[in-house]
Design a protein around this ligand. Structure first.
Ligand code: SF4
Length: 713
């Protein structure tokens, strides 16, 4: 019997390109660098393109993206597991779709509509994210849809909505960055996650600007900063409150702005009063004088930007952490001012658009709410269904995973554009939960770790084989052009959704043509906060992307938000008083170290794509644990030797990698790898109470030499 993991697809037949030279965008992160895909006598290659986000630059992932299109283990037919004890076997599309439809139908008959769960991804195009939400709510009638952005953007999204009334990663274009006198980054490392973005920070520095970085690790970004605040993991809110304490004490805040454009500062003033620098030093480990210096530099800058990313957000107090930063920005009168404000670096390629158009458990397209009667009426009107037929809010990802296989819970899960077996916290628990399902369906271009345990694997197109729009970290909607025809045996995600809907008798609600889907999305979003009403494919191409909100054909789009008012009902921004609270799990005698996880330059997310690119994988082929040499020495561990990392969730084995850039009390693991080095075997699934983001960044851990005889993992 063939094994889908080793079955070799032949790359050549589908490489008769639509055009020998196609202007498109990178398949990976939210910077969405412009690139040109070239087909020549020797095959496919990528050339950098001068697009506003990357100005001709690409990182190594972008340069090697063409390798993905000829990966030898590309899936070229559906695979089916006929019974849980059996192996996956090749199947025809007809067999696979019949299996899907009969399974979904039987489960909904037996257990109700909500027994089906849908799990999407932040890499899906806007069209797919939109259609997936509609498929869940109109075709299947299930409320249970969420997506992997819950692991990524959720804390910044909630904080943005609370403070500013809207969730857009950056409220300004990245072209504004060089004009900022001072930049303060919390838990962000663009030098490794988005290298071309560093051009803007380098230009800012050339103009005399300063960069301050708060991070437990001395990352490549921290290395180029004027001041590195190497805080204890999980103490971000205490540090931000400490900065605001100094700013208030030294009268560096903008009282006129606070009075004219905000509400709620008195409670924040009271809250930060107890965060004097000595106390902040005791909590964060950052010297009191550094807290004072950073606050003074921030307060004296005429223009300043504060950024956060996953380091600060993926915590059980992630929303509070970000609100502590929005408090800072508002107290200094920075939001809405030129070359100033708060922004969050979105991670996944369509992490922004993917959270705007209906994949989230609680939202309808355009950031409309499932709990609002008016919002339901609008979207139901576009969809041609009664508003009462739309289900209510569903389970957020962590809750959805907990419900898998439970009595009265979710019996089937359909995964599109995600690989939770590698990316979910406390992943061994998810391994068990997936086994309890009656039906697991995965759409992917490759046999990911999640696909390999599925009942049905449907092979779908990847980036250069399909067209669609993405919304980058700036809120710029851009167009990713198809460069190659759909390979034999493969279908697009939109085709799969439409075909299943048709077999279920509801095909009339779905579109498999991206431009038609986008046009419908613009109508569904019109009047919502993420208003795409005036955006068309033609405009995107003519204008190098269009910034939302763009409510009409006459609107030029909105590169900069908040100049005159915020997106709250009264136009005023909101302060939220935040107290530092410790992480869900702190080191103790048994688990004396902080484990934090993150990304590497040459790998991306769960590695389904980049682990298949030889050029990248040769550089970082396996997991490792980064540890300070002094810490390692105290444990008798040598550089490069295998070591064990243990938390309350489990243990992994990987090589120790020494670094003097990490704190003595902290170890770091990249989360891209599967198997015995899977970092998420160890991570804590405690979540922020509001955003439901898991605490990927902090777990109490023990590092130790590998015992002589290693029990099986
Ligand atoms: Fe691709 Fe992001 Fe690298 Fe740009 S920075 S080339 S979008 S992975």
């Amino acid at each position: 019997m063939p094994d889908p993991a080793t079955a070799r697809g032949v790359a050549a037949p589908h490489l008769s390109a639509l055009a020998a030279r196609t202007e498109t965008h990178c398949p990976y992160c939210a910077l969405q660098c412009g690139m040109t895909l070239l087909q020549n006598a020797t095959g496919l290659e990528v050339a950098a393109r001068d697009f506003p986000t990357n100005k001709g630059g690409l990182c190594r992932k972008g340069w090697t993206a063409a390798e993905l299109l000829t990966a030898p283990d590309r899936l070229r037919s559906p695979w089916l597991r006929r019974g849980r004890e059996n192996a996956l076997e090749p199947a025809t599309w007809e067999e696979a779709l019949d299996y899907v439809v009969s399974g979904l139908t039987a489960l909904q008959r037996g257990y109700g509509r909500n027994s089906i769960g849908i799990y999407g991804g932040g890499g899906l195009t806007n069209e797919k994210a939109y259609m997936l939400g509609k498929f869940a709510r109109v075709v299947l009638g299930t409320k249970n849809i969420d997506y992997n952005g819950r692991f990524c953007m959720a804390s910044a999204a909630v904080a943005g909505q609370r403070a500013f009334g809207i969730d857009r990663g950056l409220p300004f274009p990245i072209a504004d960055i060089p004009g900022a006198e001072l930049i303060l980054m919390f838990g962000a490392n663009p030098a490794e996650t988005m290298p071309p973005l560093m051009q803007y920070f380098e230009e800012q520095r050339r103009r005399g600007g300063k960069l301050l970085v708060a991070d437990p690790r001395r990352t490549r970004t921290a290395e180029v900063a004027q001041l590195h605040l190497q805080l204890t993991p999980g103490t971000d809110a205490a540090l931000a409150n400490g900065l605001l304490h100094v700013l208030v004490r030294e009268k560096l805040i903008d009282e006129a702005y606070i009075a004219a454009r905000t509400r709620g500062f008195d409670a924040v003033r009271k809250a930060v009063a107890s965060y004097w620098p000595d106390r902040v030093e005791r909590i964060t480990g950052v010297p009191a004088q550094s807290v004072i210096d950073a606050a003074r530099q921030l307060g004296r800058a005429k223009t300043a930007m504060v950024f956060s990313a996953r380091g600060t957000e993926q915590q059980s107090h992630g929303v509070d952490n970000v609100l502590a930063l929005t408090n800072l920005v508002l107290a200094l009168g920075l939001a809405g001012k030129p070359h100033s404000g708060y922004g969050c670096f979105t991670g996944q390629g369509n992490g922004q658009g993917g959270r705007e158009h209906g994949q989230k458990a609680d939202q309808l397209p355009g950031y409309r709410k499932l709990t609002s009667a008016a919002d339901r009426e609008h979207v139901a009107g576009v969809w041609g269904v009664p508003a009462d037929d739309l289900p209510g809010p569903g389970l957020a990802t962590g809750e959805l995973f907990e419900a898998l296989g439970e009595r009265g819970g979710v019996r089937a899960l359909w995964v599109m554009g995600a690989n939770p077996v590698v990316s979910a916290p406390r992943a061994s628990r998810l391994d068990e939960r997936l086994k309890r399902l009656d039906l697991l369906i995965v759409c992917d271009a490759f046999l990911s770790e999640t696909a390999s345990v599925a009942d049905v694997v449907l092979p779908v197109t990847q980036w250069a084989e399909e067209e669609g729009t993405m919304t980058n970290l700036e809120g710029r909607v851009l167009y990713r052009r198809a460069a190659l025809p759909v390979p034999d045996g493969v279908r697009t995600d939109l085709q799969v959704l439409k075909q299943v809907a048709t077999l279920l008798g509801r095909g009339q609600f779905m579109s498999d043509a991206p431009e038609t889907a986008f046009e419908e999305l613009t109508r569904a979003s019109a009047g919502g906060k993420a208003d795409y009403g005036g955006i068309t494919y033609a405009r995107i191409n003519a204008e190098n992307g269009v910034f939302w909100p763009c409510p009409s054909a006459e609107s030029a789009g909105t590169p900069r938000l908040f100049a005159d008012r915020f997106a709250t009902p009264d136009g005023l921004a909101r302060f939220y008083a935040v107290e530092y609270r410790p992480p869900a799990e702190e080191p103790n005698e048994q688990y004396p170290l902080y484990l934090t996880t993150g990304r590497l330059l040459v790998q991306y997310q769960s590695g389904t794509q980049t682990r298949r690119v030889k050029t990248l994988n040769d550089v970082e082929p396996e997991a490792f644990v980064e540890v300070h040499p002094d810490t390692a020495a105290s444990l008798g561990i040598r550089d490069g030797e295998l070591a064990e990392v243990l938390t309350r969730r489990g243990r992994v084995v990987c090589k120790a990698r020494f670094s003097r850039n990490i704190r003595f009390d902290t170890i770091f693991m990249p989360f891209h790898f599967a198997g015995t080095g899977r970092a998420n075997t160890l991570t804590n699934d405690a979540v922020d109470p509001v955003s439901k983001i898991p605490e990927f960044k902090i777990a109490a851990a023990r590092l130790q030499r590998l015992p002589e005889s290693l029990p099986s993992i």
